[in-house]
Design a protein around this ligand. Structure first.
Ligand code: SF4
Length: 455
């Protein structure tokens, strides 16, 4: 099997909400096109009159709700997801007559909302989330790039081959191969993952651990911001935030009230998902829509169970490895496989995270990840109005609780007696996603998206 050559920081990306495939991916595509413009010939730039972006598939169906228009524009202006000012991004095209200027060396191109075309929802491109960016003079196309936003903020450009990373030190393509590599190397899972990360990224051990700590910090601050915020989230649904209210209830409960622990976990996961819906800075885990599950669990482990930073870092790395296997062998895109690939995988990663923080065996980690995924199979993606709010926000809290429960079940019996492997459940998830009708895959044409809501 082809070895996984993904980095922790491919799965955990810092960026503005609300959607990795509809916000972070398009921003990266816009930035990539800007780089192509910077390298273009002077004669081409001199002749060019305008830039046009056409969105297809789910990007067209729910791009407005996800802020895809603002994100691709921010990328064309040279903004990057991890360093952009999420509040400033909200101001792009806030008025219908607003216009920006895309600057390529000495040449400047006016760009307005009308230059973004919402194209066909159903099409024949190889990926649902397709966008084409063109540099145009009259009817002549001077430069054209076709991008696919394939989930989790990853993009592929049709005309460019995938970047080859150096090979990992301990190659594996799935859980079965990972377990073999662990057995023959006698390394701990964290050590094996770190050595692979060093080989793939060329970074030193201290750099990698520093970056994992930064991811943990950003996750923690997104919980802390979210549990203090009140009011209504952006968009026509007028959904009220509720993380702060749940947090207040949990704080007022006595330490020995059993529900307190669950209310806290709900509040932490909701807090991050509400921040994501408000287009604030979050970490994809593995996507923005599912960004609340892992930080919710991490915050609970740190502040309720007093888990040490070193253990959290290890747990985060192990959860990233579950994300690698899902991305490598299936998909983490709601537009491709429904929400089972987003909150389902986040839940699976979260279960592995809690098990790893508890120093559980690789069999127990696998069992935890498998149980959480098994009971997320078939979950559709049907966000109301294309906004990552209903069902997404509450679903993150449910996903975090599912993860914790899966960890409890996996560690309370003999994980070796489990009948279904993680590799099998990932295969089934992918097949289920491929069979799923497209109205349940981030088009907002079916499921809950058809419900009447009270605004
Ligand atoms: S329903 Fe799930 S997959 Fe779809 S946008 Fe919401 S969180 Fe993402």
């Amino acid at each position: 099997m082809e070895p996984i050559a993904l980095s922790f920081f491919d799965i955990f990306k810092i960026g503005p909400g609300p959607s990795s495939s509809h916000t972070i991916g398009p921003m990266r595509a816009g930035f990539h096109f800007l780089q192509a413009l910077q390298k273009a010939d002077d004669l081409v730039l001199k002749k060019a009159e305008r830039i046009e972006v056409t969105l297809y598939g789910s990007l067209s169906a729910t791009g407005k709700g996800h802020g895809t228009d603002r994100a691709v524009t921010a990328g064309l202006l040279g903004w990057k997801p991890d360093t952009c000012d999420a509040e400033e991004m909200l101001k792009i095209f806030s008025q219908p007559e607003d216009m920006v200027h895309v600057q390529a060396r000495a040449f400047s191109f006016p760009f307005a909302g009308k230059d973004i075309v919402f194209g066909d929802i159903y099409h024949s491109f190889p990926y649902s989330n397709t966008m084409i960016i063109r540099l145009i003079a009259g009817k002549e196309v001077l430069l054209e790039k076709e991008y696919y936003s394939v989930g989790g903020g990853f993009i592929q450009c049709k005309s460019e081959p995938k970047k080859e990373s150096p090979p990992p030190r301990y190659p594996y393509g799935n859980m079965r191969e990972l377990k073999k590599a662990l057995e023959s190397s006698t390394l701990s899972i964290y050590e094996l993952l770190l050595q692979n990360e060093e080989a793939i990224s060329g970074k030193s051990r201290s750099q990698i651990e520093g970056e994992l700590d930064r991811i943990l910090d950003v996750m923690e601050s997104s919980v802390e911001r979210g549990i203090k915020e009140h009011g209504v989230l952006p968009g026509p649904i007028k959904l009220e935030r509720k993380a702060a209210a749940l947090h207040r209830i949990a704080q007022s409960q006595l330490m020995d009230v059993p529900d307190r622990f669950l209310v806290l976990l709900d509040a932490y996961a909701l807090a991050v998902s509400e921040e994501n819906a408000a287009c604030r800075l979050i970490v994809t885990a593995p996507t923005s829509g599912s960004a609340g599950v892992i930080p919710g669990l991490i915050y609970l482990l740190k502040h309720y169970f007093h888990t040490a930073q070193e253990d959290l870092r290890q747990g985060l790395a192990v959860s990233g490895c579950i994300g690698f296997m899902a991305k490598h062998n299936a998909s983490i895109s709601g537009a491709e496989v429904g929400c089972q690939g987003e909150v389902g995988i986040a839940s699976s990663m979260g279960a592995a995270l809690v098990a790893a923080c508890d120093h559980a065996s690789i069999d127990a980690i696998e069992a935890a990840a498998e149980i959480a995924m098994e009971h997320s199979l078939g979950m559709t993606c049907d966000p109301i109005g294309g906004y990552v709010q209903i069902p997404c926000i509450e679903r993150n809290a449910v996903g975090a609780v599912n993860a914790y429960n899966a960890y409890l079940m996996a560690t309370s019996g003999d994980p070796k007696k489990k009948k279904i492997s993680f590799d099998e459940v990932i295969r089934v998830m992918y097949e289920t996603g491929r069979d799923m009708c497209s109205k349940y895959k981030e088009t907002s044409k079916g499921g809950l998206a058809t419900c009447h809501i009270f605004c």
